[in-house]
Design a protein. Structure first.
Length: 264
């Protein structure tokens, strides 16, 4: 196992096949400060390079909030507009690195996920949410617009739902977003850990090689037109079937046994 990065605002538990990344400023509802974003990027980079990690759980410390969004104190500093603009690009890099991780990310939504925190939740592949959590883009209420978050919202929700969210700034319940298919599981606070562990463990049992190829292909074809997507995915099918794990999976099927994947 490679040495873990030194982190100040994020906790990283990397024992076993499932790693857990925890936003760790519960007293301030886990805001996305510059340091938090840098820590998240370092933690995800470690998970990507760690061979034994097959799935990642992303959550927040405490029971009030998963992440309340950007640290608004950054807006009141002495930085120039250009410094703030380029500084925010770290969030773009974080979102892209999450989609390019090659391993499934389960969002354990332990509390409210708002603004940038909602975007962080949306960047997860799957979400398990406590039933008391709320989600929303309140930026319009303070004279801002959820620009980067829109990229995920427009790909995961119907257009009119996104427009209502971003133009009104209201909060939405976990049950409402479950109805739209954005949240995969809604559970009580007492069952949140069990539900999350079960989902992450099931993901970690799959072939890491096939998971990486399939997940990468999913995000790569996200914005392609139909013909380009089909042509690209046609080639990816051949690549998948040439792996050792694919051959093992087919053998196990005919031999009526559980496959023994090697990640190759």
């Amino acid at each position: 196992m490679t040495p873990r990065p030194e982190l100040t605002e994020v906790l990283l538990d990397g024992d076993g096949a499932v790693a857990t990344i925890t936003l760790n400023r519960p007293d301030q509802r886990n805001p996305l400060s510059g340091a938090m974003i840098r820590d998240l990027r370092s933690a995800f980079a470690w998970c990507k390079g760690e061979h034994d990690v097959a799935a990642v759980v992303l959550t927040g410390a405490g029971d009030r909030a998963f992440c309340a969004g950007a640290d608004l104190s950054a807006f009141s500093g002495e930085q120039s507009v250009l410094d703030l603009h380029f500084g925010r690009h770290g969030l773009v890099e974080l979102f892209l690195e999450m989609t390019e991780l090659g391993k499934p990310i389960v969002g354990r939504i332990n509390g409210h996920a708002l603004a940038g925190g909602f975007g962080l939740a949306c960047a997860c592949d799957l979400m398990v949410s406590v039933d008391t959590a709320t989600f929303g883009t309140p930026e319009i209420n303070v004279g801002v617009w959820p620009m980067m978050i829109q990229a995920f919202l427009c790909r995961k929700l119907p257009q009119n739902v996104v427009l209502e969210m971003v133009m009104l700034g209201d909060r939405w319940s976990a049950e409402q977003l479950h109805g739209f298919g954005m949240v995969n599981r809604v559970t009580s606070a007492g069952a949140l850990d069990e539900e999350t562990r079960a989902l992450a463990a099931k993901l970690a049992e799959k072939s890491t090689a096939i998971m990486r190829l399939g997940r990468d292909a999913f995000y790569h074809q996200w914005d392609m037109d139909l013909k380009a997507a089909l042509e690209y995915l046609h080639g990816q099918v051949t690549l998948v079937t040439l792996t050792e794990d694919s051959a093992e999976g087919r053998r196990a099927f005919f031999e009526k046994r559980k496959p023994e994947f090697k990640g190759r």
